[in-house]
Every structure is written in structure tokens, then in C-alpha cells.
Design a protein around this ligand. Sequence first.
Ligand code: GLN
Length: 307
Amino acid sequence: MMNSAKLSELTQEQLESLATQAKSYTQGGRLPDYIPLLAKVNPEWFAVQINCTNGNSFSFGETEIPFVLMSVVKPFVLLFLLEKIGKEAVFSNIGMQPSDKPFYSIEQLEADQGWPRNPMINSGAIALASLLPGADGLTRCENLCSWLNQCAGTNLVLDKAMLDSVVAAGGERNRSIAKIMFESGFLNEPEIAIDTYNHICCLAGNISDLANLGMLLVEKKAEISHKNRRIVNALMMTCGLYEASANFAVKVGLPTKSGVSGALLSVVPSAGAIACYSPTLDHVGNSKAGIFFLEKFTNSLNLSLFV
Ligand code: GLN
């Protein structure tokens, strides 16, 4: 049976039963403490929305709560740039290699002589941010945001309070990453790149926005080339959950991206998008209850791409 058929059989009762089980897992994780405002959210929040290509949509939990995308924005910056400047320009200074080090790893970057090895970790995303059109971080973020809102029908907005919190926290590690890439010739204008990266990580929406965003990667859209969609999905599958990506591909088998806000997005090609939000994280920095939910949900509906 095709994935699309399997997802279209979902019922609200089934979703509620799996989501209720997953919600209890929020207690097993921890809120990130390096961005003060992220440490202040309610650790028990849990929201999920499934959008299907047949038009059905199912949701559960705190569906109205807005949250920042953080690293879930990375696949969408990549998609935007592939559309606007093309594959050659995007990958001239950024690789497609998975890493088994954390998303903020300086050790990995040094081992690679300053080369950002993929767009799903911070080095690669900061390098992507440097390619966005616009004179400064805010303008670049607005350009990306309006393109996404137009293509995906989302209502993403910049969360200024979160941005202030990110800036106040200093972002030492990301600054070091930008400096190393700059000194190695892989990044221009590191200050603007960091400013842009901080802005785009603070784009915020609710669970419905996240599911709608995911639909950009699910099926044919007039404004997006299928080749670009494939590149983004492949990189989400191999790198989207950092060092947990390979394990997750075996357990779940869907392109997925996480962020330290607890946002989590999976793509079921041709069938739908699974958006999840739950802010407590596991040791890798992926949503604890979100990962649990995705495992249960995809296995009970048999959604893995690897038949
Ligand atoms: N802005 C966050 C950071 O750079 C994003 C990382 C993430 O979501 N994993 O630390």
C-alpha cells in the first residue's frame, strides 16, 4: 500500500490515543538553558498536527501556542536558496555530509578545516544565512518569511522577544563557528551571517503553520522544483536530527527536522506532513515526546519509506 493510502486511513481517535501516550514523555526531557526564554516555557506543552494531501487535517493538544522554529527553519532556508540561486551556488561552499557530532560542534568544523559539512547543522545554516538576499539580518529574514508565508499559506512572524533573548545570551559558539568559517574562506561578512541566522531561527508560528510549512516538501507545487524538494528531503533524512539521524532513519524512515525549541517536522512524501511541538529535549537536542510520538505514529501506520 502506498504511504498516501496509509496516512489517509488515520482517524482522530487513533491520533489522540498515540498523542496522549507521547505527552507523558515530556517529563523525561529537559528544557534547553542556553537561551533564557526557551528555558521559561511550559515543559508539559504538547501539540501535533497532521496534514494529508487528500485535504484532511488532524490535530491534538496545545494547538494555539506559538513557538519559534529554531533549526526547523534550516530546510526552508535551503529550499528558498535552491529556488533563488540554484544548487551550484548553494553547494559551492557547503557540503552534504552527515556528522556524528552535535549541531554546534566546533571540533567537527576544525576537523573539516572550516568547511561547513551540511546545511542542517549550525555551521552550514550560518553559511546559508550569508547567501540570503538583503542588506541586513532583518531584511533577509523578512524576505525569507514573506516567501514562505506566500508559498505555504503560513502566518510566520519574527518573535522579537526571543531574538532579544538569543542576542543577550551571546551565542559564543555560533560566533566561533562563523569566525572559523570566515578565516578558512568559507564565509563572507560573518557578523551579518550571524545576525541573519539569529533572526531566521526566531521565526515563529503555531502547530498548524509548522504542518503547512511541511507541505512544501510533500508534493508538487507550481513554485517549487521537484529536484530541489528532493535535495532538501534527502538532507533531512541523512542530517536532520544530527547524530541521531541514522538511527532514526532505521526506526522511522521519514525525512525529519528538529529544533531546540522542541519543534519537529516529518515529511511523508506524496502523503502528508507530521508537525509536532513539545519543548523538553533529549541529550541530542531533539524533542523527547516528539520523537517518541513519531516512532509510535509512523510504526503504527507503517509510514516508513523503506517498505
Ligand atoms: N538557534 C539555535 C542555535 O544556534 C538553533 C539550534 C537548534 O535548533 N538545534 O543554537
